[in-house]
Design a protein around this ligand. Structure first.
Ligand code: SF4
Length: 94
């Protein structure tokens, strides 16, 4: 049940059964949340080495990569893989 903000006394609500809510609990343990996003979303052509190094120490790596693949995250480093590496992984799986 999602409640939409409305003026006081007129709260509207609607039932949405078709939208799955992703489990984002893994983000609470994400190392990148402590370092900031700059390493993980570098300028085109910049190194992702530091992001990958941090991902290598992150206990949420597997959940993060699963999330990125399931939600077709196209940009940045997720789960230790670059955009290009995730694309290759998706293609290999199909
Ligand atoms: S694996 Fe990398 S991008 Fe994913 S949560 Fe951990 S540090 Fe962040």
């Amino acid at each position: 049940m999602i409640e939409r903000f409305s003026p006081p006394g007129t709260i509207l609500s609607m039932q949405i059964d078709t939208i799955a809510t992703p489990d984002l609990a893994w983000q609470a343990g994400a190392l990148c949340a402590q370092t900031g996003a700059d390493f993980f979303f570098p300028e085109p052509g910049s190194s992702v080495r530091e992001a990958k190094r941090i991902c290598g120490m992150c206990e949420m790596r597997s959940a993060c990569l699963d999330y990125a693949l399931a939600n077709d995250e196209r940009f940045g480093v997720w789960g230790g893989l670059s955009e290009k590496e995730r694309l290759q992984l998706r293609r290999a799986a199909n």
